[in-house]
Design a protein around this ligand. Structure first.
Ligand SMILES: [Mg+2]
Length: 428
């Protein structure tokens, strides 16, 4: 079988509200790149990558001279053809490789009539549990609801998600407000659901003293782990020596070199696997094998997925014997998806691993065209800027936190266009 074409399409899919994080916010939507890989046998595979726009579409088009004629089954050769580690010193294509690997595995599964998890070793679970993944949020301009600022709002939001989807693990994305305020929010969350598990992630922005003070102040809670309190392997090592909670990272152990360093001189206890950051599902399964050997627990990171990337997370998670934590996903914050039938459903806090051939999800051409048009209408947005503090950017460590009381500087007016989006035709 030979690859005959690679097509990349940028899409914008609305979120229920704007999600805030330590560097800025997701401005009411996700922008993603959907990749379709065609073959001479009539099979097409689908992949997905974060971000997008003309740059990403051109980056995929630029790989055609390397990959036209390549057999999608030759996955190791694919890696060295476009992401050889020495060549990657000049052009890092890890994330492009990941999206193409999803598509090639989708093709392989379809060709053989088996789900991708069969190609990865076979599933050891039928469903993957997920965490609630809570954010501080700005209002949705279309509904005037969705704001999460206060401990009460956070707990109410968590309760809604818990009731609707069945989550029993709650992750709070922090690093937005001053640590003492976020501590009050996180403790309120943990104390509202004392039988559930919690995890906190300030995206690496704490100073060492803030990180240790915060960590010690939550040691009594039912923590899964304390995620990326500070930046850098040595910073994490210092926090680990001072705080009695396992540390987790999706930031400073994201490749095999860093994993080797962490095995030799431990800085992090739990490695969060991301099918994009690591360069595909197979790289994650390999990394999980290394972790299993050294008895390092693994969990699953979310880089803001639509259904295709979510499928990659489900197939990868399905085959890992050592996965004992709920996975992270932004997925429940999405208003819709680009796959046939819309969003996959949560039940009891988990999502079923797709059993159809390949990734087991099908790209919906009508949704793809609609959300591509929406991308062209709204344009991209700066992920690393806060809507309402346009001049601000964080130092590392950060000490310039968002005001706890919201003062509208007019930045949210940038979301007005989102309020005017008509309902998609399949809903009316
Ligand atoms: Mg994280």
């Amino acid at each position: 079988m030979k690859i005959t074409n690679i097509r990349a399409t940028t899409v914008t899919v609305p979120l229920e509200a704007s999600l805030r994080h330590s560097n800025g916010a997701h401005w009411g939507r996700f922008v993603r790149t959907i990749v379709e890989v065609d073959t001479d046998e009539g099979l097409t595979g689908v992949g997905e990558m974060g971000g997008g726009g003309q740059g990403a579409e051109l980056a995929f088009a630029g790989l055609k001279p390397y990959l036209l004629g390549h057999d999608p089954f030759d996955l190791e050769a694919l890696r060295f053809k476009i992401a050889n580690p020495t060549a990657s010193l000049y052009n890092n294509r890890t994330q492009l490789l990941a999206a193409l690997e999803f598509a090639c595995l989708d093709i392989c599964g379809k060709a053989l009539g088996v789900p991708v998890y069969q190609l990865l070793g076979g599933k050891v679970r039928d469903r993957v549990p997920f965490a609630s993944y809570l954010f501080f949020r700005y209002d949705n301009p279309a509904t005037g609801t969705g704001e999460v600022y206060t401990p009460d709002q956070l707990v109410a939001h968590a309760k809604e998600l818990r009731d609707e989807h069945g989550f029993t693990t709650h992750k709070l994305k922090g690093g937005v407000f001053e640590p003492a305020y976020e501590l009050a929010c996180f403790r309120a969350l943990a104390e509202a659901f004392p039988d559930d598990r919690v995890r906190y992630d300030p995206n690496s922005v704490f100073a060492m003293d803030d990180a240790i003070r915060f960590g010690r102040a939550i040691e009594d809670l039912h923590n899964d782990y304390y995620e990326d309190p500070v930046w850098g392997l040595n910073g994490m090592r210092l926090v680990r020596e001072a705080v009695r909670i396992p540390l987790a990272t999706n930031a400073v152990v994201v490749n095999f070199e860093q994993l080797a360093s962490n095995v030799r001189d431990p800085a992090v206890d739990v490695i969060l696997l991301d099918t994009t950051f690591w360069g595909g599902m197979r790289a994650c399964v390999k990394a999980a094998g290394v972790c299993e050997t050294f008895q390092l627990p693994v969990s699953v990171h979310s880089s803001g997925e639509l259904g295709i990337q979510l499928a990659s997370m489900l197939h990868m998670s399905a085959v890992l014997p050592s996965l004992t934590y709920a996975a992270d996903a932004h997925y429940h914050h999405l208003d819709d998806d680009v796959i046939v039938g819309g969003k996959l459903e949560y039940r009891d806090g988990s999502i079923a691993v797709p059993d159809g051939p390949g990734l087991g999800v099908t790209l919906d051409p009508e949704r793809l065209a609609y959300y591509n048009e929406l991308y062209h209408k709204l344009g991209t947005y700066p992920y690393d800027r806060d809507l309402d503090r346009p001049e601000w950017f964080p130092l590392l460590p950060n000490a310039d936190w968002a005001p706890v009381k919201h003062v509208d500087s007019g930045g949210l007016a940038g979301l007005a266009e989102l309020a005017d989006i008509p309902a998609p035709p399949w809903r009316s």
